[in-house]
Design a protein around this ligand. Structure first.
Ligand SMILES: Cc1cc2nc3c(=O)[nH]c(=O)nc-3n(C[C@H](O)[C@H](O)[C@H](O)COP(=O)(O)OP(=O)(O)OC[C@H]3O[C@@H](n4cnc5c(N)ncnc54)[C@H](O)[C@@H]3O)c2cc1C
Length: 176
């Protein structure tokens, strides 16, 4: 069981994976492609090469982040204490949290995240969807402004949110 499954490793998902590695969150990344688009953000803060270099290090060395590249998530089911992420090849992985970063294409996970606006997933200021435990960041969300630098920031915010929730759960565990 993972703490987090990130669906989609474009700009937002890859940034989230780097943040998850930094924060030591047990994470699986399920993605059809790795960093397909994008060269440099509008303000010149981050470029593809910087992210590519970092993500290669995460793939090679991370103790807590695993990757399934060329893997497509097809379904997302709520279980009692986790979510099941079903993939096209029939594999299923489980996590307490799911971060959806599938970009600007159609939102296939609409039924579970419930609320969409104009085909985009509705998130609050913390990148939470209407379903506790499901987060979204990047072009898939309704948030403005729509720039790549903001997408990267949203991804980091979601990962820090997962960590915060995890810490709260640990702290509220009854003493034995
Ligand atoms: C050709 C092109 C060039 C661009 N150049 C620039 C640029 O230079 N500067 C700039 O600021 N913006 C650029 N953009 C826009 C920029 O690419 C997007 O704003 C940015 O990539 C959005 O990031 P994202 O992570 O939300 O989505 P994406 O980067 O699109 O990533 C989505 C990821 O999710 C994966 N995915 C989708 N569905 C599934 C699924 N069901 N299961 C598993 N994985 C899935 C995809 O394979 C992909 O890896 C460009 C866009 C295009 C198309």
């Amino acid at each position: 069981m993972y703490d987090l499954i990130i669906i989609g490793a474009g700009l937002a998902g890859s940034t989230a994976a780097i943040a998850a590695d930094h924060e030591g969150i047990k994470t699986l990344v399920v993605t059809k492609t790795l960093l397909e688009f994008y060269t440099e953000d509008e303000l010149g803060f981050i470029n593809l090469r910087q992210i590519e270099e970092k993500i290669k290090l995460v793939i090679k060395n991370s103790r807590c982040v695993s990757f399934k590249n060329k893997s497509e998530a097809m379904g997302l089911d709520k279980q009692i204490v986790s979510f099941a992420v079903e993939q096209k090849n029939g594999q299923v992985d489980y996590a307490k949290n799911v971060l959806i970063t599938i970009g600007g294409g159609p939102v296939d996970f609409e039924t579970l995240t419930q609320k969409t606006i104009g085909g985009k997933i509705k998130v609050d200021a913390d990148q939470k969807t209407s379903v506790p435990g499901i987060w979204a960041a990047g072009e898939v969300c309704n948030a403005e402004p729509k720039t790549s630098l903001v997408y990267a920031g949203e991804a980091v915010k979601a990962v820090l949110g997962v960590k915060l929730e995890k810490n709260k759960q640990t702290l509220t565990k009854p003493l034995t």
